[in-house]
Write a protein that binds this ligand. Structure first.
Ligand SMILES: NC(=O)c1ccc[n+]([C@@H]2O[C@H](COP(=O)([O-])OP(=O)(O)OC[C@H]3O[C@@H](n4cnc5c(N)ncnc54)[C@H](O)[C@@H]3O)[C@@H](O)[C@H]2O)c1
Length: 382
């Protein structure tokens, strides 16, 4: 029988739900070496935490994250709280010897992320960061195709992440609902929130980035702060565009914004190589667009692959339904928990870990530094 693994979840918001859902479903679909037990849910409001415990099947609830970290019965500490809280919780959890799963971005900046890496490595605890898009089957397949040399030399990597939810100047900043718009809680705007996803996937796919050249814009300069009730200057980047050089010689081109009217979460990437190209779109995540120059000339062209094949080996898909039936967003979290549990059971530890997420944080730092100075910035390599 699988060994029980006690989970302490900190944060019952958007990510608290996706991670809880993943734990509840993982053993139904994946043969993993542990049986997760939803032990404690922690969040700021006692009533809400209690209600969440009832709805999702947690044995208890609390409002102080230290209670979770100090609890001898907890094996895994899950950090699903706003960015400014990650470092303190993770460092305490590492000292307490817990396995840690932290939401992205790892930290407020690279310097803080480095202290978290030092803490988990000194404590020797397993650690993982929830860049869940790596585990969309199409995105995983692209990694496999790159590693097999199917693209040949890669010339271009371009990615966008477009939203439109902060266009109104009436959207406040700060507080529990809009902490993402407050620089003190978020660390940055779209760079840490959206581009961090694109950068993590790009580093995984295409290797390290050497230098970046960026511009950012803050379209709404002042917003009411939800905690003070007063208009305050906005410190985050509303939009960010950068280009970069990868160490392998390819060029990168990235854009994120919350001002692209009509787009809700349009994460797309396109990769152009010597032998092949691929493109992918989160709004149609079960498809991979693929062009192979090796195809017979008469039939050569872009093809749209429905990522549901079992025999063909589409990643993760043999765990779900029958060929032709697709999966969606929530499944990426099930996949990552399955991989983390498999790693903990003696397999290879799942990636990205804190060190890999530090590399993403360093690129974000370089992007923001470049935009502030109006010049190229080198990416710190740890
Ligand atoms: N992987 C992804 O695609 C993805 C998507 C959304 C958010 N995120 C990341 O997940 C994290 C959480 O974002 P969210 O959207 O779930 O936020 P949210 O606002 O929906 O939820 C935040 C939760 O944290 C709790 N919380 C806040 N401060 C706390 C504290 N000091 N102690 C205990 N609990 C506290 C709140 O009670 C709330 O339950 C952020 O780092 C965010 O960047 C990742």
């Amino acid at each position: 029988m699988a060994k029980k693994l006690n989970i302490g979840m900190i944060g019952y918001g958007f990510m608290g739900r996706t991670h809880s859902n993943a734990y509840r479903r993982v053993t139904n679909f994946f043969d993993v070496p542990y049986e997760p037990v939803l032990k404690t849910i922690c969040g700021l409001e006692a009533d809400e935490a209690k209600a969440f415990a009832g709805q999702w099947g947690y044995e208890s609830s609390c409002t102080d994250w230290r209670q979770v970290v100090d609890d001898k019965n907890i094996d895994v500490v899950e950090i699903c709280t706003p960015n400014f809280t990650h470092a303190e919780i993770a460092i305490a959890a590492a000292k307490a010897g817990k396995t840690i799963i932290c939401e992205k971005p790892l930290a407020m900046n690279g310097e803080q992320a480095k202290t978290m890496v030092d803490a988990v490595e000194a404590a020797g605890v397993a650690n993982f960061v929830s860049f869940n898009y790596r585990r969309v089957p199409a995105v995983t397949l692209v990694k496999q195709l790159i590693d097999e040399g199917r693209f040949g030399k890669i010339f271009h990597y371009r990615a966008n992440f477009l939203q439109d939810w902060t266009i109104s100047p009436d959207v406040p900043q700060g507080g529990m609902a809009t902490w993402r718009l407050d620089i003190k809680s978020a660390g940055s705007g779209v760079t840490g929130d959206l581009l961090a996803h694109c950068i993590d996937t790009a580093l995984w796919h295409n290797g390290p980035i050497g230098r970046v050249n960026a511009m950012t814009e803050t379209f709404v300069k002042e917003r009411m702060h939800a905690e003070t009730g007063k208009k305050e200057a906005v410190g985050i980047d509303d939009a960010c565009t950068f280009f970069c050089n990868f160490d392998n010689g390819s060029m990168g081109n990235f854009e994120a914004t919350r001002y692209a009217r009509g787009h809700k979460a349009l994460y797309t990437f396109e990769i152009n190589g010597e032998k092949a190209s691929a493109r992918w779109d989160l709004h149609d995540l079960h498809r991979l667009e693929w062009f192979d120059y090796g195809d017979e000339g008469r039939l050569r062209g872009w093809r749209s692959i429905h990522m549901t094949d079992h025999d063909g080996g589409h990643p993760y898909m043999d765990h779900w339904w029958v060929p032709g039936l697709q999966i969606g967003y929530e499944h990426t979290f099930v996949h990552q928990i399955a991989d983390v549990l498999t790693g903990l059971g003696g397999g290879q530890h799942a990636q990205p870990d804190f060190r890999a997420a530090l590399a993403t944080q360093r690129v974000c730092d370089a992007v923001l530094a470049s935009a502030a100075k109006g010049q190229w910035a080198e990416v710190v390599k740890d």
